[in-house]
Design a protein around this ligand. Structure first.
Ligand code: SF4
Ligand code: SF4
Length: 131
């Protein structure tokens, strides 16, 4: 009986190994190998053509977004990634599709304060440079 248990303990794991030996690997040698992300992956946000309406601020369940405006122009757009839960509400409710969930997922920082990032709206900075 003991021998049977012993053999079972060796043979079953060996069969499992053999079963998976010739299948393609499901793991990656990260960070050397990067994953192929799904189309709807929600990574770090990007900003373009923001009109400063503040809908994203209102729709964020984590109070992660703060914007500062000078008149109608957004002069600062910050997201606290330490608070953000990547729900995508900001992207979903933005009336002009200015904020998008990007593909950048390598967001680890050593300090919590470094998780507060400033999004640069290239379209607006070009506009400012022209003025
Ligand atoms: S993804 Fe969700 S939690 Fe993160 S900033 Fe947007 S609305 Fe807030
Ligand atoms: S990102 Fe969209 S929702 Fe947020 S302030 Fe800009 S235009 Fe409004």
């Amino acid at each position: 009986m003991k021998l049977l248990k012993f053999l079972k303990g060796i043979i079953l794991p060996l069969l499992t190994v053999l079963k998976h030996l010739f299948k393609p690997a499901v793991t990656l040698q990260y960070p050397e190998e990067k994953p192929i992300l799904p189309e709807k992956f929600r990574g770090c946000h990007t900003l373009e053509n923001c009109i400063g309406c503040g809908v994203c601020v209102q729709s964020c369940p984590c109070q992660a977004i703060s914007i500062k405006k000078d008149g109608n122009k957004v002069v600062s757009y910050k997201i606290d990634l330490g608070r953000c839960m990547f729900c995508g509400n900001c992207e979903y409710y933005c009336p002009v599709s200015a904020i998008k969930m990007g593909k950048d997922f390598e967001l680890a920082k050593e300090n919590r304060s470094d998780l507060i990032i400033e999004l640069i709206d290239e379209s607006q900075s070009e506009g400012r440079a022209d003025n």
